[in-house]
Design a protein around this ligand. Structure first.
Ligand SMILES: [Zn+2]
Length: 535
């Protein structure tokens, strides 16, 4: 309708009035999302676009947001979230995506770790019809593609199956996916060789898409961190696709201090002219569970009843104990494992503390926790953990790299879902001064938009879409922690998504202004690759 009116106005005659300004964000310290120093002034918005950024000029507007003393920046872009339990919820309020809105995030990437459906157009239509609070940038994922063609099989594809995988990635790209994502750490994707992944990824590369990966090994579980990073770079090179490595880290005690070697590996590829970037979440702990982290894979096979039977069988238990001891060492010992499941006698204490109380070896304390059934008896009662397995030195060095963006990896149960951006600001910018404020903003906005080729977003400039955040520099802070992972962050004074106010004074307005940001149809796609969203 708006387009129609605009068209009629154009047809009606040459008298073009100045655009009516809907919103002025007045007097703030404006960071544009680039490397330039901030300016003090106004951001003017008409419809879904920014029409002016510059010194205050006292324009009248339907709505004025007083931003004096506040930071004004492009709405943040989360390079690697797991938002599905929100954006795909049957509950409209959940679909507003409050965990991200309350951090000032206006755009999230979806379908990472290989999860994205190849049916990009259908999915975009569904999300658009349902209404979502943030913009979404879709990926077609290797996990979804491989499962559809090969199921869970641990084998190479036949020639026909490989062609089937390629066709699904081509379909997703033609329907507007930004690129191809993998999670080679996870089965069944882990069964694929470098050759298979490169061949399939080339379908994205030749259509202008990028290669985004949760790499095969972030520690020393299989091929090792550095070999895994080299594999990601090689896949991108062979596929003709820019590479992006998710949640870059050196994980586990054996890898501590490896960040310089990791960065050198990526810098070498960049020096050869390859486009390789990464994202990172600002936490030393990953989220996991006592059983997933410590039990050997073979011992957790076949369901909870079988696990308990094995733990009750003395010879089997002896084998399990030995392997658990090694897994605990890799994770940095019992003092670095915080037990986070609510409502248990051990909640909020480390495994070391619980073992001392129980007068048990830490491995036996872990076994007692795993063997304690929940009310239904179908699983363990409370095995959630935050596992501190990174060190400041590595995390800080990775964060300082100009090609490292902010990505929450936000999934249910870890505070990073609700608090990544304000934590990075509060801890790494304000308190520890690891990076400058301008760099924090740039690497959470413009840099990410450039890499993901998100057109007309990530910058505050006349003509770009009006995704804008207003932050109170003293109040912007995380409230979620490992024991309370779902407490919304605070300090966002206003967040606009496509020109509409989604959050004001920290409270959601209920407006679902998000769009699915589909790429323009690449050359060579069938004309039926119909698109549902706009970029
Ligand atoms: Zn991941």
């Amino acid at each position: 309708m708006k387009h129609l009116l605009a068209l009629l106005a154009t047809v009606a005659g040459p008298a073009v009035a100045a655009p009516t300004i809907d919103v002025v964000i007045r007097g703030g310290t404006i960071y544009a999302g680039d490397d330039a120093p901030p300016i003090t002034g106004d951001v003017e918005i008409a419809g879904d676009r920014i029409v002016y950024v510059g010194p205050s000029r006292r324009t009248t507007a339907s709505r004025v947001i007083d931003a004096r003393g506040q930071i004004v920046a492009p709405g943040f872009i989360d390079a690697h979230p797991h938002p599905d339990s929100y954006i795909r919820s049957p509950d409209r309020t959940a679909r507003l995506n409050l965990p991200w809105l309350a951090q000032g995030v206006s755009t999230i990437v979806a379908g990472v770790d290989g999860g994205g459906t190849p049916d990009v157009a259908d999915d975009a239509r569904r999300l658009t019809a349902a209404g979502i609070g943030t913009n979404v940038v879709p990926f077609v994922g290797f996990g979804a593609v491989r499962a559809r063609v090969l199921g869970q099989d641990a084998r190479a594809p036949t020639a026909a199956e490989l062609a089937g995988e390629k066709a699904l990635v081509a379909k997703g790209m033609c329907e507007g996916a930004t690129g191809f994502s993998t999670g080679l750490f996870y089965a069944p994707q882990s069964f694929a060789t470098t050759d298979e992944v490169a061949a399939v990824a080339a379908e994205a590369g030749r259509r202008g898409g990028m290669y985004d990966t949760h790499q095969r090994d972030e520690s020393n579980y299989t091929i090792g961190l550095l070999a895994s990073t080299r594999e990601a770079i090689e896949i991108g090179r062979r596929a003709g696709a820019p590479v992006h490595i998710a949640h870059l880290k050196a994980l586990g005690v054996d890898l501590h201090g490896q960040a310089p070697a990791l960065i050198a590996t990526i810098e070498a590829a960049r020096a050869r002219g390859q486009d390789v970037t990464a994202d990172q979440y600002p936490y030393l702990a990953s989220g996991s569970a006592v059983d997933a982290a410590l039990l050997p894979r073979w011992a957790s096979d076949g369901g909870y009843a079988k696990v308990r039977a094995r733990l009750a069988d003395q010879p089997t238990l002896a084998r399990i104990r030995a392997e658990m001891r090694e897994n605990l060492r890799r994770r940095g010992g019992a003092a670095s494992i915080l037990l986070t499941s609510a409502g248990q006698p051990w909640t909020g204490r480390t495994l070391a503390q619980v073992a001392t109380t129980w007068r048990l070896d830490p491995v036996d304390a872990a076994i007692r926790i795993i063997a304690t059934p929940d009310v239904a008896g179908t699983g363990p009662a409370g095995v959630g953990i935050a596992s501190v397995n990174m060190i400041d030195r590595d995390v800080d060095l990775i964060m300082r790299q100009p090609w490292v963006m902010t990505g929450s990896d936000g999934s249910d149960g870890h505070p990073r879902q609700y608090a990544t951006f304000p934590r990075k600001y509060r801890t790494y910018v304000r308190e520890r001064r690891v990076i400058a404020l301008r760099d924090f903003i740039r690497r959470s906005t413009g840099l990410t938009a450039d890499k993901y080729r998100i057109v007309d977003r990530g910058y505050l400039r006349a003509g770009t879409f009006a995704d804008v955040v207003v932050l109170d520099p003293d109040a912007y802070a995380p409230h979620a922690d490992y024991l309370h992972p779902t407490v919304p962050s605070v300090g966002v004074r206003a967040l606009l998504v496509n020109g509409r106010v989604a959050l004001i004074d920290g409270k959601p307005t209920g407006v679902a202004a998000g769009r699915v940001l589909l790429r323009p149809t690449p050359a060579g796609c069938p004309s039926s690759s119909k698109q549902a969203g706009t970029r």
